[in-house]
Ligand binder design. Structure first.
Ligand SMILES: N[C@@H](CCC(=O)N[C@@H](CS)C(=O)NCC(=O)O)C(=O)O
Length: 231
């Protein structure tokens, strides 16, 4: 049986150490410069909500620090901690939680909501995970079996073609209005190179990406945590 990941004994835990639990009254975003964290930071910026970033360096395995797993037993970021509420983890849950709490960036009911949720799910369940797997098989893995590379890149290419066709006929992924489907997709499209994708082959997706990337809140959200980039 595979061993559960552990926090390396004796390792400095930075802001992720136990005992550095949420300060009273502050909204905290635990995260790193990853697409899933950027989904949450973009929406926080769009909503104009005050928040502090608690950096969790996943390359240094800080996600397994007890102070982090106490908030998310899965040991992953992003995690949103708001005063008076249980921690919210999984980027999709954070997007839905914030959109619903503030009544913005997701239609409240009816066909428009169903349409937006459909495209949100494509971003959450296909675009993100497939791009993550492709990044593994094209870059991170010590061995790179050709079948795994081709399979993972092919899955991403199919999503890109689907998003491109959608955006050729709709201004935003979720429909008429900019919303959490766009926010869920944008930071992963920004990592097209992780999956050997070239946006020039997807003109409607490229135009959407350029347009969304000009939003000041998107720019701020993509720059979290300050000074950290992940290639
Ligand atoms: N499905 C989750 C996945 C979260 C996730 O995979 N986060 C990555 C960074 S983008 C992480 O924490 N990786 C470290 C690990 O898996 O140990 C989400 O959408 O938030």
């Amino acid at each position: 049986m595979a061993e559960a990941p552990r926090w390396p004994e004796g390792q400095e835990a930075g802001t992720a150490e136990p005992g550095r639990q949420p300060d009273q009254g502050r909204r905290l975003l635990y995260g790193w410069a990853t697409p899933n964290t950027h989904r949450a930071s973009i929406l926080l910026e769009e909503l104009g909500l005050p928040y502090e970033v608690r950096p969790v360096n996943i390359r240094a395995r800080e996600q397994f620090a007890p102070g982090v797993t106490a908030l998310n037993p899965y040991g992953k970021v992003p995690i949103l901690v708001e005063p008076g509420s249980p921690p919210v983890f999984e980027s999709g849950a954070i997007l839905l939680h914030l959109a619903e709490a503030h009544g913005r960036f997701l239609p409240a009911a009816g066909p428009a909501r169903a349409e937006a949720l459909s495209w949100l799910m494509v971003a959450l369940t296909s675009l993100g995970p497939f791009t993550g797997q492709a990044h593994h098989w094209t870059g991170l893995a010590p061995e790179k079996p050709e079948a795994a590379r081709r399979h993972s890149v092919g899955l991403v290419a199919r999503v890109y073609a689907t998003l491109d066709a959608r955006l050729a006929g709709a201004p935003h992924l979720g429909g008429a209005d900019y919303g959490i489907a766009d926010i869920a997709a944008f930071p992963w499209i920004a990592k097209a190179h992780w999956a050997e994708q070239d946006l020039s082959g997807f003109p409607a997706l490229a135009a959407w990406f350029a347009r969304i990337g000009q939003r000041p809140a998107v720019r701020r959200g993509m720059a979290v945590p300050e000074g950290i980039t992940l290639d």
